[in-house]
Design a protein around this ligand. Structure first.
Ligand code: SF4
Length: 75
């Protein structure tokens, strides 16, 4: 299981598709051109973090399941 809980901030996502290109097993765009999580466990943690870091809007929020702390974005 991924160490991250993944959330998408719908108010920030602009549908750039970068996260989908980075981790297509994890992210997909819905009919409103918004990213959503299709399978949080389909890629390793490093790939999920990389995809989150690729988001130009910082719309992907990663929560460390173990600590409950936000792992990304940094602020
Ligand atoms: S990279 Fe960010 S802005 Fe682009 S689709 Fe993914 S969540 Fe939305």
């Amino acid at each position: 299981m991924s160490k991250y809980e993944i959330k998408i901030d719908k108010f920030k996502c602009v549908g750039s598709t970068l996260c989908v290109m980075d981790a297509p097993e994890v992210f997909a765009l819905n009919g409103e051109m918004q990213s959503h999580v299709i399978d949080a466990n389909a890629a390793d943690d490093e790939a999920i973090l990389h995809a989150a870091q690729s988001c130009p809007m910082n719309a992907i929020i990663l929560i460390d399941r173990e600590t409950g702390q936000k792992a990304w974005p940094a602020r």
